[in-house]
Design a protein around this ligand. Structure first.
Ligand code: TEU
Ligand code: CA
Length: 557
């Protein structure tokens, strides 16, 4: 059974945010040399595959998700040769490497856009989405950008508007133009030829928009949406907010042509043996009919809750596994560079360390491919930057503006709220040691984002490496357990009733092995109902009677 699985089905992925992972040359910015230097650390931890957030040249209006060249490396991260060295070193350690591919938009500094905007009859004009203003000079329709303001930006030189779903510095490509496809598939082949193992596809649902540009019918603005969302308390109110978002963007995402395009991209990738495509979407239709679109689609609903409870997980798994197309392989994650860190998000502040262990165990024992986010293995928490001048994510600045302007919040509160709801908080540098700047860069250098001072309280790699009771050691043990027990990788998932609502119990049954996973989500002992003959393959606690508070126990049946 295990032999029949593909590498991306058995692998544990680890997302690297290149700017913040490791700084090889001491300039306060993470880089490829830094990553290469930490490959042994990752291998030793038990990681099988790396996903790199964008490493391409970028003016950083969206922290690298605004790409200025698809076939190069940002100079502050190194050179193409540094990339090749990194890739070879990873492969030599039998680790795969997946890149981030942003198809929907480029940077406005990309040569394609520079040409496109230079004049109306430039051959690349139609590579982006240009439209005339209405007679009164206003934008072609009432669509919004999901990052705030209208979706249309006026270009005075050529006298038309261009469309952008994200920031105005991220013009959308026109995917209905075959030349765009060819140019992008060339970039895809460039990396595949080099030996890269696949791609994580950014914001894949936003690639097409309604060609007739008909107005959205919400009758409200994005600012209205913000205020509603900000004040929504009940489930009903939140449903209204969600419905408003859907109407505001009804003509701008998940349009039918997507599936054809994904099949086309899949065909390009299939020219190479054994590569993977992972969709940044929770829409399972992107699996296609089993094996013709994306290999993996994130189960984002699992992480989109403020309390990770057994009931939430049970419902999520029941729905997800029942609706996946035949043959589709699940993919679970609890954090990334856009979301709160799992330690802060799912920890209650009192038992957060125990909960971090429990939640990792959950992620590594559910059916499907797990994706970890750099720094979670040492329990890094969200770092709230309270100085607006140190914000790097423009979304944080936008939240700050809306808080002060729309909500009339006092500046101090607005900063805190923006820090909480922006994305800088989960992107701060990885803490490698109990040293100035957490050992990320030299003391006299200011890192690109401030380092979380928690490094001095044991939240750093060096301290945890030597401590068998640390979270890092727990990650290593748990990853090794997964690797050693085929049922945890290839077995089916079957919920088991355990009497207590606080215990999540499920069987993972495969041809070689059957495991029973017992996770106690409560801070109290809980009775267990398991056969005495069962062999214990993992336990976070010593006893073998009742489950200790937050205990993780895995038995072989
Ligand atoms: O995110 C896509 C996306 O849908 C975002 O709106 C996401 O919901 C938001 O960041 C949550 O705050 C991807 C990338 O992961 C993100 O970093 C980029 O900013 C975005 O695409 C544009 O490329
Ligand atoms: Ca550097």
């Amino acid at each position: 059974m295990m032999d029949a699985l593909k590498w991306w089905q058995t692998a544990v992925f680890y997302q690297i945010y290149p700017r913040s992972f490791a700084d090889g040359n001491g300039d306060g910015i993470g880089d490829l040399a830094g990553i290469t230097g930490r490959l042994d650390y990752l291998k030793d931890l038990g990681i099988d595959a790396l996903w790199l957030s964008p490493h391409y040249p970028s003016p950083l209006k969206d922290c690298g998700y605004d790409i200025a060249s698809y076939v190069d490396v940002a100079s502050e991260y190194g050179t193409l040769d540094d990339f090749r060295r990194f890739l070879d070193d990873a492969h030599r350690r039998e680790m795969r490497v997946v890149l981030d591919l942003v198809l929907n938009h480029t940077s406005d500094q990309h040569a394609w856009f520079q040409e496109s905007r230079s004049s109306r009859d430039n051959p690349k004009r139609d590579w982006y989405i240009w439209h005339d203003p209405k007679l009164d000079g206003s934008p072609p329709n009432n669509w919004f950008s999901t990052f705030g303001g209208p979706a249309w930006e006026w270009d005075a030189v050529s006298g038309q508007y261009y469309y952008h779903f994200f920031f105005r510095e991220q013009p959308d490509l026109n995917w209905r133009n075959p030349e765009v496809k060819q140019a992008m598939w060339d970039a895809v082949r460039f990396w595949l030829d080099m030996g890269v193992d696949g791609f994580r596809l950014d914001a894949i649902g936003t690639i097409f928009e309604e060609p007739d540009l008909r107005d959205q019918s919400a009758g409200r603005t994005l600012d209205d949406h913000y205020v509603l969302k900000r004040t929504a308390r009940s489930a009903e109110e939140r449903a209204v907010v969600h419905a408003l978002w859907e109407t505001l963007f009804q003509h701008q995402h998940d349009l039918p042509g997507m599936h054809e395009l994904m099949r086309e991209l899949r065909a390009v990738v299939n020219e190479y043996p054994d590569r993977v495509l992972i969709g940044e979407t929770d829409d399972i239709s992107y699996y296609g009919s089993g094996d013709d679109e994306l290999h993996l689609v994130f189960n984002f609903p699992l992480m989109r809750t403020n309390r990770l409870t057994p009931d939430w997980v049970r419902d999520n798994q029941a729905l997800r596994l029942a609706t996946l197309p035949e043959g589709a392989w699940p993919c679970n994650t609890l954090g990334n560079h856009d979301s709160p860190r799992m330690f802060s998000h799912f920890g209650d502040g009192r038992n957060s360390m125990e909960q971090a262990r429990l939640h990792l165990a959950l992620l590594l024992t559910l059916q499907g491919t797990p994706v970890l986010y750099n720094g979670e293995e040492i329990g890094m928490s969200d770092y709230l930057i309270t100085d607006v001048n140190r914000f790097r994510d423009p979304l944080s600045l936008d939240v700050y503006r809306m808080e002060t302007e729309l909500m009339q919040s006092p500046a101090q509160e607005a900063v805190l709220f923006a820090a909480l709801n922006g994305r800088d908080k989960c992107r701060t540098p990885v803490q490698w040691a109990d040293a100035p700047n957490g050992g990320f860069c030299p003391a006299e250098i200011e890192p690109w984002l401030p380092v979380n001072p928690e490094y001095a309280q044991g939240v750093n790699v060096a301290a945890q490496q030597g401590d068998s009771g640390s979270l890092l050691a727990f990650y290593r043990r748990m990853l090794a357990t997964r690797r050693a027990n085929p049922a945890l990788i290839s077995g089916g998932y079957e919920l088991v009733e355990q009497g207590s609502a606080d215990v999540l119990a499920f069987r993972r049954a495969g041809p070689e092995q059957i495991c029973l996973v017992l996770l106690n989500f409560s801070d109290r002992e809980q009775p267990v109902d398991a056969p005495h003959s069962a062999r214990r393959v993992f336990s976070s606690h010593a006893g073998d009677g009742a489950l200790a508070p937050f205990e993780v126990r895995i038995l072989e049946l």
